[in-house]
Design a protein around this ligand. Structure first.
Ligand code: TYD
Ligand code: MG
Length: 457
């Protein structure tokens, strides 16, 4: 039997230290090392005490025809099914992360209700709320009459015993992973050791019974799932539920998916009756647009397979500071610096004496380099005080040499813009065939300087 020993585990990144320290060497966080015993914990089990069992490897091709596709449980909530890649996969584990209060429990209650009313056995295990509280929420969501099974438990062994009772569940929701604890590990609930051991036990349950499980995890304010982050590699899929405090919409973003694409998002709006699907996000993000103000440019972006139009707002104002301010919300700060540098170096536009603020409307976050061109247009428009045409969309990547580079899905972006009433576009030359529609009359610069000349007249 392995010796019972004390070790210190970073609650932020999960790295193991033999000695306590104020700062974790691995991730650089302060005050995150917590003493956790290893006795009976994972990885400390008795070695060589069991006879090895001979396994059998199967030839991949002999499996052909056996499995068509991952068997899925479709919730019918379109935006959720889109993010999971077509529904929950049987026998798999999904981690849903997000800030406390963002709406994870609400979303999963709605999903549970939708599935239960289709005849699936759904068990909702809550370690945070009493059954009465969950019921209250369900009532508010108008789903209190669906046959979802509720359990307020936190011990993994108890949960497994509860689940073994009756028909095999199709989906088990564990809200949240931070409240779970197993007898196998002797640390406090919420510590890395417990989270990992509890998740492992539940994942094993999923694989052996074919039930889909959803682990809910809270994210810390730094944007990382403390604790639950260590289970990211163990689960089959990771979804993050995001949103801005002052906005009602929420985005369910796929970060990892062993059974589907990882660049999909589901868009929801939080109302007093729960989450409402938003099947056309562009309308939402462009909703509060005031036409014809300098510094605003509409970017035709893509989220996975879906085009999303969003307004980019720039404010360029004379600075009184020695080092002018650069502030970005919803985009990458380094990317902004790059676009500013290219504008200065290749287009003769000077920002050295100006503060630059960039904001993506509606609290939306862009990760695509294709936004470069829209950002550059917004910056030049704000600096010159000349408004851009209100019915124009922009997309294209800018290289350090000042060239405008083609991006994928040009046709789809243009189609979406057309659908929403836009009449013109600025996109890179050399994009895939964009004939017809607004693509026909589009302005297609090869150099950023051409666009700047056009805006500045
Ligand atoms: P919740 O799902 O409990 O968040 P999480 O599980 O991620 O911590 O959501 C809580 C927030 O959502 C709370 O601030 C109230 C709000 N809310 C609504 O606005 N409408 C609703 O119908 C519900 C159920 C919650
Ligand atoms: Mg909750």
């Amino acid at each position: 039997m392995a010796k019972s020993r004390v070790q210190f585990i970073c609650q932020n990144c999960g790295s193991v230290h033999q000695r306590w320290a104020g700062k974790c060497d691995a991730c650089g966080e302060w005050n995150t090392l917590v003493e956790e015993g290893t006795a009976g914990g994972i990885g400390s089990g008795p070695a060589n005490t069991r006879n090895a069992r001979k396994g059998r490897a199967v030839v991949l091709t002999s499996l052909a025809g056996d499995i068509e596709d991952a068997p899925r449980i479709v919730s019918g909530i379109g935006e959720l099914d889109r993010a999971t890649g077509g529904g929950f996969v049987r026998g798999s584990a999904l981690l849903v992360g997000g800030d406390p209060g963002i709406g994870k429990s609400t979303l999963l209650t709605q999903a549970a209700a939708a599935l239960a009313s289709k005849g699936h056995r759904i068990v909702y295990v809550s370690g945070e709320e009493a059954v009465a509280q969950i019921r209250l929420r369900a009532q508010r969501l108008g789903v209190a009459s669906t046959p979802v099974e509720l359990a307020a438990e936190t011990n993994v062994e108890d949960i497994l015993a509860t689940l073994a009772d009756g028909r095999r569940p199709d989906l088990v929701i564990l809200d949240s992973i931070q409240t779970l604890w197993t007898d196998l590990a002797d640390s406090a609930p919420g510590t890395v050791t417990q989270v990992r051991a509890a998740a492992q036990a539940m994942i094993r349950y999923a694989k052996s019974t074919g039930a889909a499980i959803v682990l809910v995890g809270h994210v810390t304010k730094e944007g990382q799932i403390a604790g639950p982050r260590v289970v990211e590699h163990m689960v089959d899929g990771v979804l993050y539920f995001e949103g801005e405090g002052n906005h009602h919409f929420r985005i369910l973003r796929t970060v990892k998916n062993r059974f589907g694409p990882t660049d999909e998002i589901g868009v929801f709006e939080m109302s007093d009756k729960g989450l409402r699907e938003v099947s056309n996000p562009s309308e939402l993000f462009l909703g509060e647009r005031h036409a014809k103000s300098p510094g605003a440019a509409v970017f035709a972006g893509m989220e996975g397979t879906r085009p999303v139009l969003v307004e980019i707002q720039a404010l360029v104002a004379p600075s009184s500071l020695g080092t002018p301010r650069r502030a970005v919300v919803g985009w990458d700060g380094a990317r902004l610096s790059m676009v500013l540098a290219v504008l200065e170096a290749h287009c003769g536009v000077r920002f050295g004496q100006h503060d630059v603020y960039l904001n993506v409307a509606g609290g939306y976050r862009i990760s695509e380099p294709a936004a470069d061109l829209a950002v550059a247009a917004a910056l030049v428009s704000s600096l010159t005080g000349l408004a851009l045409p209100a019915d124009c969309v922009y997309f294209g990547e800018i290289s350090l040499s000042g060239a405008v580079r083609p991006v994928a899905h040009a046709q789809q972006r243009l189609k979406e813009a057309e659908k929403l009433g836009f009449g013109s576009a600025v996109l890179p030359l050399g994009s895939e065939e964009v004939a017809g529609g607004i693509g026909a009359g589009a302005f297609q610069p090869t150099e950023l300087a051409d666009l700047v000349a056009r805006i500045a007249g």
